[in-house]
Design a protein around this ligand. Sequence first.
Ligand code: KIV
Ligand code: ZN
Length: 535
Amino acid sequence: MRTKQTSVSARDMEKMLAVSPYNRIALEGTEHIESVMIFDTTLRDGEQAPGIAMGSEDKIRIAMALDDLGVDMIEAGFAASSEAEKDTLRKIAANRLDAQVYSLARSVRSDIDAVIDTGLDSIHTFIATSDLHMKYKLKMTPEQVKEKAVQTVEYAKDHGLKVQFSCEDATRSNMDFMKEVLVAVQGAHVDSINIPDTVGVITPRAMSYLISEIRKVVKVPIAVHCHNDMGLAVANSIAAVEAGAKICHVCVNGIGERTGNASLEEVALNLFANYGVETVDMSKIGQTSKLVERITGFPIAYNKPIVGRNAFAHESGIHVHGVMSNTATYEPFLPELVGVDRRIVIGKHSGIHSVRGRLDELGIKFPEDHMTELMAAVKEMAVGGKQIDDAELMTIADHIMWKKVITDRAVSLEEFAVFTGKDITSTATVTVDIAGERRTVSETGVGPVDASIKAIRKAVNDKMSMEEYKLSAITGKSDSICEVTVMVKNVRGDGSLSVGKAVGLDIVETSVDATMAAINRDYARQRNDNGKDNC
Ligand code: KIV
Ligand code: ZN
């Protein structure tokens, strides 16, 4: 078991929880769960998910991230599947991670040889033990299966490998036969055994029974490998741990064959929150999940527990109000615990508390007597389920605060030219007039919009930053009208945010207009704050 390095202390982590008190009460008098090891198979079972294929560099990055997360074991691939896979495993082996790195292998000698060839020192070997698989897939008798299992474990052990052995389709295997096989591989000095629920068909109570039975004959650590076909992968993994399993096979984001494997995030969180067992550095869960999502291109469902974008998103007025006075009202644990963010979403169901709270966070002092007008505008914009982002909220708020259109511009764009084309560095030249002082500057950028905005920034204040840039086409053709919304910071060097919006036919010009609008809005705010202007 690896020593865990967690950035938050265990006591602080406890404070982040608001789970049911009955979870602990129900465990009174049961066997104490000391520790659980995480066997991550994102790079093997996870990669077997239809639609996922990872390159060598991607696999190495994920392996390193998993190691950093603190998992105990990583199943990094299936050495015998290809030369490329073997090569990747060799590179991962060379990285000398703290985690024990495994390769999968069927119970055939050539598969074990392929693993030996990678330089890895751990192997996960399997053979099916259910009548169904033995008869229709392996076309082998139970005796032949048992013999193969033992021969493979012996062969791997003779080559100095650490061996985990799995009875594939264990949850549909005959109990006596499975015990016989497990006792036999134990005799061959296997290091741990694994009970896969290969097609996700067992229930938590049955899993508990199965592990208790196997514990009667198996003395080495028992692992479980649960698939999610019937939505019980995490519950079954936890039930197995309650019954004495010491290792959980998991995949980041719950990816894996068909409907996936037990999700690493969910298993780790449940073990920590409900059993006080720390398995990984919880604060790195969010970043690991995002990395795997990015590399695999496999999107995380919005409503996925822990790492889904809605896991800590609150929109309805009642919930936002509750969360603002005490997060525990509608959050079972703090997002910081798992390294993700809370989002207060402004939309159709938002109440006044959400809107006021968001404006406060954005540093906007919005007059209370205009709140009803603002809420009406927000609701009108949110019809059809649209979520209102910060820039849009600020635009509406600004519009209500300063009904008067800013006509007397403090900063005007006197001249503007952009030079762009294929294989040419885009260059923009602008002349701005700031309170009578003319400044002419040029800048280059990755494209004409970037060059133009950089030139304006250099002319106005090079500490100014573009916090958000949003471009949308209002109709759907190449000559369509586009709308650009920008949020800039630090126009006058005081850290304030300002939004500008423009509509036009040309993307570059419209982007420039929106930036100038944001700059002038900031100057107008200054005049307003100084009481010189009564907008
Ligand atoms: O689901 C399964 O049975 C497997 C085996 C290879 C252990 O992934
Ligand atoms: Zn599997």
